[in-house]
Ligand binder design. Structure first.
Ligand code: GLC
Length: 718
């Protein structure tokens, strides 16, 4: 960290209090336009149907944006969120560098969550590839594309462990397992930041939302989070620690409180844990307006106190609320905020700008590079690979799939034709028309397609096979998109039943940003392919899998409940004293099963894999588990071999299964391979009642297989 400290100290010594506070204000360009309501109200008008999406889009495209250049010239802005083109970025940078007193450059942040303009599958989908190399490559591609548009930081990866399918933001993370999410997040950080932030094709990763945002009560976005310190450290911290260890240079605290203290003003979180315990030296960037919202939480009495509470807790940059900009100068003047706090925060921002090379090269891109690298057609191949590997074949009875070519296909559902819905949540500013829809792909393949609708669905009787493209529009997941009912929306299940009544083989292709409750479909529909929201190459990737050009390999990283009433639902649950079963007095529901419709780790292939010979060895510093897996089918395929363990008795009850290791392996027909997993003993550890991390002797079960619900098992004593 020593590299820039002298230059930072010299610069801080020259800066006025106003200029230090200016570095802590992140400006979100405000919309100015032909509407006489606030942007917030305009959004609400669209969401509640008072204006159509098209009308909203028309207003947006006609709206101008105010970048508050006068504030910038006065040194009151240190960074922007929401600038996504090189010309604007360079115009604002020029003002910062040439027209402010000290010429301190800006940094530009943006939500590059799963691709910038070449949009890849939503993170929940891509996580089902269980492929850190892929995760890194798609992040590298996104960094190249977004940095060409003048962006320096992405507000990603989102590594909120999520176990409640009602929560719309489950779409943005890597599912329910802390270790898989940690591997996902670290790979994304490596991909975004590349070989070092000085390279112009990199993005500073801003890992979010710190922390435990995915545990919002009731799956309702922004709701309370209250949990034991043990659960917090065992199940929600690992992904953030992995991202900090991977070198993430920014962290975004979450909107929620943790056991009563909002993350934005949580010193234990932002200073004691993040900086003192983990040694983080980057920047903390608030979520949008989150500092001001500490007043709404009922924690800070007013905006002035919110400013003080936040900066003293360890918050560096205030995104969009203006609280730092409006309050910190006077708080510093009266001594309520010591200069050390301002110097820490401003120093963190300056350090990042030095690391990005912005003092020496403030213009990291230009319109020529942007034109060359944004939406580079070469990127689409990787987007297609990611989409194929993200898909999960949930069911395939009677080899309904793969489809033969040349059939007369009845294709039902608005999501079959929709291009923009393939983007999914958080494809900010991406062009939906750049997406390939399922219909586009079928047409490009020359397949015979009959478009089935709610009116003419009976024409399906004249078809050889039916594809029902169903699920969620992209607006039904993502931020502020929790659903109390996670079934197929809008009567789709009724239509599915009609289509099934035609007596033709039906394949259900699901597009959604969350696990959907589809118990009827799971029981009656012969083939179900979970496609998530697959991005720009959606249709081609779905067709590749449907026709068998690609063998599906994805495995669920999130549990599929039978009903919202079962949420939160996850594989790594504890047994309870009365494990759910047939007996009356056991932990279950009267009106729903206790098992999920599809479990964590589940995913089928067009070939079959068999497992044998699970062995255990106790090594010096790790358990050595090995298992043989064989491709017993007639076509090559990838299998994601999973290894779990269970601690049968401990000072705190432990999960019935916990992921210990996994490996994606390619096997030709008839090929067998023995995989070996090294499981460090600390993976078996946990925090006891006094928050001591303990690894105890005792009996354990080790599991290995192709799903959390289908494993070989061996017992051993540690
Ligand atoms: C939003 C989201 C956060 C995003 C930020 C900036 O409210 O919570 O994930 O990065 O604002 O757009």
């Amino acid at each position: 960290m020593e590299r820039y400290e002298d230059r930072i100290r010299e610069l801080l010594a020259q800066m006025t209090v106003e200029e230090k506070v200016g570095q802590l204000h992140q400006c979100g360009p405000s919309l100015v336009g032909t509407f006489d309501v606030s942007f917030e109200e305009l959004l609400n008008m669209m969401f509640d149907g008072r204006i159509s999406e098209e009308e909203f889009g028309r207003i947006m495209s006609a709206a101008g944006r105010d970048f508050h250049e006068d504030d910038l010239r006065a040194g009151r802005i240190g960074s922007y969120n929401g600038v996504s083109d090189a010309a604007t970025a360079n115009r604002l940078q020029k003002i910062a560098v040439e027209e402010t007193r000290l010429g301190i450059p800006l940094f530009f942040g943006y939500d590059v969550i799963h691709g910038f303009r070449t949009v890849t599958p939503i993170p929940l989908g891509e996580s089902c590839a269980w492929d850190p190399d892929l995760w890194e490559r798609t992040a590298r591609m996104a960094a190249k594309e977004a940095s060409a548009a003048g962006i320096h930081m992405t507000f990603a990866p989102m590594v909120d462990v999520a176990r409640d399918a009602r929560w719309g933001r489950i779409s943005e993370g890597a599912g329910e397992d802390p270790d898989l999410t940690a591997a996902y997040g670290a790979a994304k950080v490596r991909g975004f930041q590349g070989t070092g932030l000085g390279a112009p094709d990199t993005l500073a990763a801003c890992v979010k939302h710190f922390a435990a945002y995915g545990a919002a009560e009731g799956g309702r976005d922004y709701n309370r989070v209250d949990m034991s310190p043990q659960r917090f450290c065992e199940e929600y911290m690992p992904p953030f620690k992995a991202c900090v260890e991977a070198g993430a240079r920014a962290v975004m605290p979450a909107f929620n409180d943790i056991s009563g203290v909002p993350c934005s003003v949580n010193k234990k979180l932002l200073t004691d844990l993040l900086r003192d315990a983990w040694g983080f030296t980057g920047v903390t960037v608030s979520d949008s307006n989150a500092v001001a919202e500490c007043v709404d939480h009922g924690y800070s009495a007013d905006r002035t106190r919110a400013a003080r509470d936040a900066i003293m807790a360890g918050m560096d940059v205030d995104m969009a609320s203006g609280v730092f900009s409006q309050e910190l100068v006077k708080l510093a003047a009266c001594g309520a905020v010591p200069m050390e706090a301002l110097d820490r925060a401003a120093g963190d921002v300056l350090r990042l700008k030095f690391e990005l090379g912005l003092f020496d090269h403030p213009y990291r891109s230009d319109t020529e590079r942007e034109a060359r690298e944004v939406m580079d057609p070469a990127y689409r191949a990787l987007a297609r690979e990611a989409a194929v590997k993200s898909m999960v074949l949930l069911k395939n009875e009677g080899d309904t799939l793969p489809l033969k070519k040349g059939l007369r296909l009845g294709v039902y559902g608005p999501l079959a034709a929709s291009r923009s819905d393939m983007l999914g949540s958080w494809a900010v500013g991406a062009d939906g028309e750049a997406c390939v829809s399922l219909l586009d792909a079928l047409e490009a393949r020359g397949e015979t397609v009959v478009r089935l609708t709610d009116e003419n669905w009976e024409q399906g009787a004249d078809c050889d096979a039916i594809i029902a493209a169903m699920g969620e529009r992209k607006e039904l997941s993502g931020e502020a998109a929790s659903r109390a009912d996670i079934g197929l929306p809008g009567g789709q299940e009724d239509m599915l039943k009609k289509l099934m009544g035609l007596g033709k083989p039906v394949t259900l292709v699901l597009f959604s940003g969350r696990p959907l409750a589809i118990p009827w479909a799971a029981e009656h529909v012969p083939a179900i392919l979970m496609a998530w929201h697959p991005g720009v190459e959606a249709g081609n990737a779905v067709a590749d899998v449907l026709f068998g050009d690609e063998n599906p390999s994805g495995k669920l990283t999130t549990t599929f409940p039978a009903a919202a009433g079962q949420c939160p639902m996850y594989y790594a649950h504890c047994n309870t004293g009365r494990p759910g079963g047939r007996g009356k007095f056991t932990s279950k529901y009267l009106d729903a099963p206790i098992e999920p419709v599809y479990p964590f780790g589940h995913g089928l292939s067009y070939t079959r894999f068999e497992y044998e010979g699970l062995h255990m060895l106790r090594g010096q510093s790790a358990l050595i588990a090995s298992v043989a897996v064989k491709n017993v089918g007639d076509r090559p395929g990838d299998e994601i071999v999973q290894c779990y363990f269970r601690d049968l008795a401990a000072k705190r009850v432990r999960p019935v299964k916990k992921l210990a290791a996994y490996e994606r392996v390619h096997l030709e027909p008839g090929e067998a391979r023995r995989l070996t997993f090294e499981i460090p003993y600390e993976k078996l550890g946990y925090y006891d009642a006094d928050m001591n991390f303990v690894i105890e002797p005792g009996d354990f079960d080790i599991f290995a297989g192709g799903s959390s619900a289908d494993c070989l098992c061996e017992r051993f004593s540690l």
